[in-house]
Design a protein around this ligand. Structure first.
Ligand code: AMP
Length: 143
């Protein structure tokens, strides 16, 4: 199974904010969309960072509520790890485990093509396991 299998169901829409937006605005977006991370895009569409709920927690722990007025650029992670749609689910799991993050933007020739979360990966793995078990049951019943 590949990242493209996830995007087939999920689509290519990615929620993003600008690096100049306030943390407060980004939090409103995370809450309204019920997601754990937003991508940070420059005005030309280039990926300049990623901001997850974990970054919000760290900023609040460090700065208290004054963190809410900070620019997203001051809180986000700048070195964003991405993958392409042909990446296997095993590869994505390895990237997420080694990098200790739960979100992975999908990029094709430098352009954003979607976002995969750990929830999407787990869902696909469960589906795979269910299909394997079903195939095995059929095989045994036919033997
Ligand atoms: P998460 O587990 O996705 O909430 O993120 C944990 C930390 O990793 C936060 O500091 C995020 O900004 C950062 N992070 C999340 N996704 C990525 C990614 N794809 N590449 C680099 N850092 C990331």
């Amino acid at each position: 199974m590949f990242v493209s299998d996830i995007l087939l169901h999920k689509g290519d829409r990615v929620v993003s904010v600008s690096p100049d937006d306030t943390l407060s605005k980004a939090i409103a977006e995370l809450s309204a969309r019920r997601i754990g991370a937003v991508l940070v895009l420059a005005s030309d569409g280039d990926i300049v960072g990623i901001l997850s709920e974990r970054d919000v927690v760290h900023a609040l722990a460090r700065r208290g509520t004054s963190a809410l007025a900070l620019a997203v650029a001051d809180v986000m992670t700048r070195a964003v790890v991405t993958c392409d749609p042909d990446a296997t689910i095993e590869h994505v799991m390895t990237l997420m485990t080694n990098g200790r993050f739960r979100h992975l933007p999908v990029v094709v020739r430098g352009r954003l093509a979607g976002m995969v979360s750990i929830g999407d990966v787990v869902r696909l793995r469960l589906e795979e396991q269910r299909n394997e078990a079903e195939a095995l049951r059929h095989y045994i019943a036919a033997a």
